[in-house]
Structure formats: C-alpha cells, structure tokens
Design a protein around this ligand. Sequence first.
Ligand code: MLT
Ligand code: MN
Length: 310
Amino acid sequence: MIIRVLGSAAGGGFPQWNCNGANSRDVRAGRAGLKPRTQSALAVSANERDWVLLNASPDIRQQIDATPALHPRPGDGIRNSPIAAVILTNGDVDHVAGLLSLREGQPFTLYASSRVLQALAANSIFNVLAPEKVGRQSMTPGTPFPIAGPAGETGLSAEAFVVPGKVALYLEDPEAGENFGTEEGDTIGLKISDTAAGTSFFYIPGCATLDDALVERLRAAALLFFDGTLYTNDEMIAQGLSAKTGQRMGHMNMSGADGSLAAFEALGVQRRIYIHINNSNPVLRETSPERGVVEGAGWEVAYDGMEVRL
Ligand code: MLT
Ligand code: MN
C-alpha cells in the first residue's frame, strides 16, 4: 500500500492567505526551515492504479497537479482519472470544499458518515456532483467495507470509527450549549487496509481527546496519521491570531499532560505522523525546540508530497 500526503496543513493552509503571524510571514518570505503546506488530505493505493482520497481539500487541484499518479492515464480515454473514491472524515470546509473541484462529470464513489452526507445534501452546491456519476455511500462506524470505484474494487477496505470532536463550524448551533449540537458521526477516524497484503493504517486528522475506545483501537498500530493542529491549547490566542483554543475547535494539542505526545507515549504505535498542522504551530519550524521535542518523542511531522509504503 502506498500512502501519499497530498496536504499536511490545517484549515487555511500554510501560509494562510490573510495571516501575518510569524510562521506564515516567514514561510511566505522563503525563510529556511519552513515549508509551505496545503490543506490536509491523503491519497492511498493498493495497486498503484486505483487511488482513494481521504478528504477533499480546497487545494485539491494543486495537489492533483503535484502528484503524477493522480493524473489522467494516457491511453485510457479522453477523460479519465485514477481517483476511484473519496472518503470524508468530517464536514469541515478544509475537508469537503475540494469536492466542488471534482465536478467535471467524472464518476467516483463518495463515502462519508450519514451526518456528513446530510450536511452535503443540505448544501445544494454539492449537486454539481451528479448522483448518477458520484454515488454517495453512507459509512456505518465499526463496519468495515471494501472501497469500490466505478470500475470495481480498489483492493483497499475501510472502517470508520467515531472520534471525539466537534460539528463543522458552519453547522454549530449556538443554542445547543457546550457541544454546539455535535452528534456521533460528525467526526470519524479511518482504518484503511490493503485487503491482499493484510496491512493497515489509521488516519485521524481531527480528535478532541483520546478516549478509552480509541486507546484500545490504536494500541500497537503499525502506522498512524494524527491530529497535529496545535502544540499548545491557547497558542492562537497567545499569538493574537484568534480567540479560540484548540479544545473549542475540537482538537487536542500536542504538549502537556492532556496532549497527544503524553497520550501516545505508552501505546506502542510503531510509526506516528502528525498531520493537519495549523499555521500557528511551532513544530512547522524545523529548528524549533518544539519540533525537537516532537521528534525526540518519536513523532514525524507530515509534509506535502511525503510518501509512506506499508
Ligand atoms: C478545524 O479543523 O477545526 C476546521 O477545519 C476549522 C475551520 O473550519 O476552519
Ligand atoms: Mn480542519
């Protein structure tokens, strides 16, 4: 199985268009030790022919352009695409807006939780993906299924599972109290398996806390891509970028007693890669002390174009 990081940044990308924070400013200026990043998505293939996208970021056109394996295949008709399916982990703009760029009448299968499919159905702009071309399949958490494109199975299977998180920003209900109307299925994680090889990995780009069910699911996993939005819960406030904490956005931070570094310390996950990294995160600076802490703890920081073979 080949996994390709199409985009490694959180919503807004890196640099973010309207951001003059130190990280965005320095990467925009081309300073050494910072790489630009597009918004988070993976591409996965078992056979190097059929590809499955995990999330469809607003940067999808640039990501496809930068990835020859996702270009139309020569000799396979005037219109074609190796993209057989797209799977969504939530309804956030940084994970669904790219669907609008896949609208040129090209068939593929779209998988999401019933909550996220409801959000798409309630936004008629997504009807640019005609239902006879792009079938929408609901994923039941805990039930693995073969990932199939219009031409049949891809050799990959997926299992969605419920993850603590928050409903998409544009669906928040201010009247609903502390959880803004979040329901089960608003945020899911994915286990993707190569059916023939028996290998699998986890993709969890958004996670508010590591509960007991997740701990048991992830223990001793071979490979994990995990929520790397923030290093500290209040870093966006401290940098004057936003009034929101990570917890308010449904993201657990890396550092501290309640952070992901501590939570994974004893779980035996063999390869751990942070993805969905916000432009405020100090780990984006390759020489920062925080980057040293993360790498010292055995984590990697995803970058656009990173390739992992399993
Ligand atoms: C998030 O990951 O918290 C969202 O993508 C935030 C947003 O909608 O910009
Ligand atoms: Mn996001």
